[in-house]
Design a binder for this molecule. Structure first.
Ligand SMILES: [Fe+2]
Length: 127
């Protein structure tokens, strides 16, 4: 086995985001037609101080590409449009029932982790 890249060839514009935190991580999600992410909260932010999430669409919206945030379905976005939220218990989901792959850049930030990772139902149970 040999190394084929010394640097990941993507420039994620973290410095251009309006708000930043001490810790930041990002990932790209590719949903092929027929794939989906069921309604969920991000468990890696439920024990975090000052969580911040960004979701950037990497392509123009196409029929069948779905982003659900709380009670809203976001459509007609353009490549580069970026949505943000801070409530780690807001439920969201994504899906692709279209013809082409769906790509998004996901960015999560927080100042520190102080608690256990909880899902929404677990949080309600301990309150
Ligand atoms: Fe998520």
């Amino acid at each position: 086995m040999s190394s084929v890249w010394n640097e990941f060839p993507v420039n994620v514009p973290i410095d251009q985001l309006p708000e930043k935190r001490n810790q930041c991580f990002w990932w790209i999600i590719k949903l092929q037609p027929g794939q989906f992410q069921p309604v969920h909260v991000d468990p890696h932010l439920t024990g975090a101080v000052r969580p911040k999430r960004y979701a950037m669409f990497l392509q123009d919206w196409e029929p069948g590409h779905i982003f659900l945030y709380d009670d809203q379905i976001i459509t007609n976005y353009k490549a580069g449009d970026t949505y943000d939220w801070e409530d780690e218990f807001i439920e969201h989901a994504a899906g692709n029932i279209g013809f082409n792959n769906r790509y998004t850049l996901q960015i999560a930030m927080h100042d520190e982790i102080i608690g256990d990772f909880l899902c929404k139902n677990e949080k309600a149970a301990v309150e």
